[in-house]
Design a protein around this ligand. Sequence first.
Ligand SMILES: [Zn+2]
Length: 324
Amino acid sequence: MIYLDGYAISLDRREHSSNIDFVSHAHSDHISAAKSSKSVIASTETARLLEVAKGIKIKICSERIDGIRLTDSGHMLGAKQIRIEPNGGGVITYTGDFMLQHAVTCKPIEILETDTLIIDSTYCTPEIKFDPRKEVESAIELWVSRKQPQGIILFGAHRMGKAQELTKLLNMQGIVPFTTEAIGKINSVYNESGIGLEYSCAGADEGEPELGWGGAVGIVETHRLDEVASRISKGTGKRVFRASATGFAKFFRFNTDVQFPLSDHADFRQSLDYIEAAHPKKILTYGSNSEIFAQNLSRAGYNAEPFRNEVMEGYRVIGLETGT
Ligand SMILES: [Zn+2]
């Protein structure tokens, strides 16, 4: 929770005493407050994604609050950081999930100087290093162009974010992929924001996309990959090449023909790049790996500790004193 004047703002989670809830983006591990909250701060794209993909109509905060600003986090369509600029106090920034590399389906991250940085802890150790996205994107393009003449290609991906990126990457290669209805719905929200995705939902859910059409490329949810691949294979008699595209491909082995480490997060090194650019005096690590991340940052010489509401309570007192 962060505090500004009379407001207690929760960060991507439900808090009993919040009166405003910030939802940084529409991925399910960030929206626990969205359904029941009476006052949500989120981008219009996040609000649309929640409505269309999850049937959640959020109540957007109707007040215009001075000292709150949203900036892009580069993670997926509509993903934002929140920046609190108290009158006379230090600036606090919460990143939510963020990525420094540029994806083809969302705006690049904006990094501003801040006094206190509350930073997402997803990749909290230096061992995991993501490859330049251009390399991963080229590898996908090459693999698709080689396999396309030999059968049908099916990608398994997260239905929100990664599936849209794959749609766009395939479009850039001149391919219009088939997708499941659920992915198609999310694609349509991306198109409302001018991303310009071309795709077809004809028959993908039934495992019969354009039966007999060799060279087809499809995208389905990760958990449906085997099921849809087997139905397409039976229905068409063609070989189905299965691919996964996720940052987890860097450290898990999937049962697919190929796996591409396409992550929409910053790795540890890139998190340090963020910190260097933002110049915070204090870093509070946020999320399930916050303890390890804070330890590793402290070892690297930064003033870091895990985020706790009690720490922010201290800020509230300072904020009130300096504000009066
Ligand atoms: Zn996310």
